[in-house]
Design a protein around this ligand. Structure first.
Ligand code: TXA
Ligand code: MG
Length: 357
C-alpha cells in the first residue's frame, strides 16, 4: 500500500510549486496520475523500465498491452522514434497538442516494457495545461495509460482516479474534469494509408480533411466480437470500460429503441433487478424510474462523449444490475462513443427492426 499524495491544482491558476513536486516524483521513478483533455493518465518516466513496470502493477494491466508516451513539445519525438515521417509533422501541426496518438517506428532508447516488445511506439502531445506543464517540468517523456484499474471505465474526474488508484500510486494531480471524455485516436502512420487503430477525440473525418484517405482497422469495423479478428492495437482485444453492471445496447430508430428499452426494463425489474437507462435529452422523458440518466443532447455528440464514462461509473455506485443504453450514429465522435459503449457491453447489442439511416 503506497502513501498517495494528492496535488489539488486549479486549471485556470496553475500552482507551479505544487506541480513541481509531482514532476520530481515522476523524474525520480515514481507514478503520478494527472488530468489530460481526454481522460486522466497514470504516468511514469518512459525511459525508466522499473518506473514503467509500476504502472502495469498499479493498474493490473496485462504486460502485452503497450503504453502511449506523452511529450510536451514536438522536438521530443526525435529521441523516441527512428525517423520522423513527413506526415507526422503535418498531423502534429494540425492536431497537436490534442487527442491524437501517432504510432511510429521506435528508437532503441524506448524500453521494450513500454511498447510490449513491438518495434513501434505510440506518441501523443496532450493539450491539457496541467499535463503539458507537468511533463515539461519533469523533463522526461511520460508513459501513461488511462488512470483506471485495468478493465474498468476510464477516469474523467479526480474522484474516479481516487476511487481506483488511491494507495496504488505515488501521487494524483487533481485538476478537474477531462472534457473530451473518450481517449485519443490511435493512428498508425507506419502504413499507407494511415490506419485508425482506435477511434477517439480526433475524428476520421477531421484526419481525412488534412491528409486524405485514412483506413480503419477491420477489427473495429465489424462491430463483432474481436476474439474473431485480431486487432492491430493490442489493447483493443481486452475487456474494457466494463462497469459492474451488465450493459445492453439497443439499436434502431428512436421509437424502436425506446419501446425495446421499456420492454427490457419491465422484464428485468419483474425479476427484481435494478435497471439503469442511459439516454439523451431528446428521449429521457420517454422512460420512467429513478435511474434514467441523460448523457446530453443527440445534437451534441461531444457532450455525450464527455459524460459517457462518468455515467457508467455513476451507475456502478448506485448498484445497478443492468444498464440499457441507447445507441448513437457512428459519425464523427460517434465512432468513438459506439466503440467504447460496445466494449463496455461486451458486444451485447440488440437490433430492433430496420436500422436507422
Ligand atoms: O487519451 C489517451 O490516449 C489516454 C490519455 C491518458 O493520454 N491514454 C490512453 O492510454 O488511453 P491506454 O493505455 O489506455 O490506451 C493506449 C492504446 C491501447 O489500445 C494500446 O494497445 C495502444 O494504444 N497502443 C499503444 N502502443 C501501441 C503500438 N505501438 N501499436 C499499436 N497500438 C498501441
Ligand atoms: Mg485505457
Amino acid at each position: 500500500m503506497k502513501n498517495t499524495k494528492l496535488f489539488k491544482i486549479h486549471c485556470d491558476k496553475i500552482d507551479k510549486f505544487k506541480l513541481k513536486e509531482a514532476s520530481e516524483i515522476l523524474r525520480e521513478g515514481g507514478t503520478i496520475a494527472f488530468p489530460t483533455e481526454t481522460v486522466y493518465g497514470l504516468g511514469a518516466n518512459a525511459l525508466d523500465e522499473k518506473a514503467v513496470k509500476k504502472i502495469f502493477e498499479a493498474k493490473g494491466r496485462p504486460s502485452d498491452n503497450p503504453l502511449i508516451i506523452h511529450i510536451s513539445k514536438f522536438e521530443d519525438v526525435e529521441k523516441l522514434c527512428r525517423d520522423i515521417p513527413p506526415i507526422m509533422k503535418i498531423l502534429a501541426n494540425k492536431f497537436w497538442p490534442g487527442p491524437l496518438t501517432m504510432i511510429v517506428k521506435k528508437s532503441s532508447q524506448v524500453p521494450d516494457v513500454v511498447t510490449a516488445g513491438l518495434d513501434t511506439v505510440a506518441i501523443r502531445l496532450p493539450s491539457h495545461p496541467i499535463a503539458k506543464i507537468l511533463i515539461e517540468m519533469a523533463g522526461i517523456p511520460v508513459a501513461a495509460p488511462s488512470a483506471n484499474l485495468s478493465g474498468k471505465p476510464s477516469t474523467t474526474s479526480e474522484n474516479h482516479v481516487i476511487e481506483d488508484l488511491m494507495g496504488r500510486v505515488n501521487g494524483i494531480v487533481c485538476g478537474g474534469d477531462s472534457n473530451v471524455g473518450v481517449e485519443s485516436t490511435v493512428l498508425d502512420i507506419t502504413c499507407s494509408p494511415p490506419m485508425i487503430l482506435r477511434p477517439g477525440g480526433v475524428t476520421k473525418e477531421e484526419l481525412e480533411a488534412e491528409i486524405g484517405q485514412v483506413s480503419v482497422d477491420p477489427a473495429l469495423l465489424s462491430g463483432e466480437d474481436q476474439s474473431i479478428i485480431t486487432p492491430k492495437s493490442p489493447g483493443m482485444k481486452y475487456t474494457h470500460y466494463s462497469p459492474k453492471a451488465e450493459v445492453i445496447i439497443i439499436k434502431g430508430t428512436i421509437e424502436n429503441i425506446s419501446s425495446k428499452i421499456k420492454e427490457l426494463q419491465k422484464q428485468n425489474e419483474e425479476q427484481g433487478l435494478k435497471v439503469g437507462i442511459m439516454t439523451t435529452e431528446e428521449t429521457k422523458d420517454m422512460y420512467k424510474g429513478d435511474n434514467v440518466k441523460s448523457l446530453g443532447s443527440r445534437k451534441d455528440l461531444n457532450t455525450i462523449a464527455t459524460n459517457l464514462f462518468k455515467v457508467l461509473r455513476e451507475f456502478d455506485k448506485e448498484d445497478i444490475d443492468i444498464i440499457l443504453a441507447e445507441s448513437y450514429q457512428e459519425i464523427g465522435i460517434g465512432q468513438a462513443i459506439m466503440n467504447r459503449l460496445t466494449k463496455a457491453a461486451g458486444y451485447n447489442v440488440v437490433e430492433t427492426g430496420e436500422k436507422r439511416s
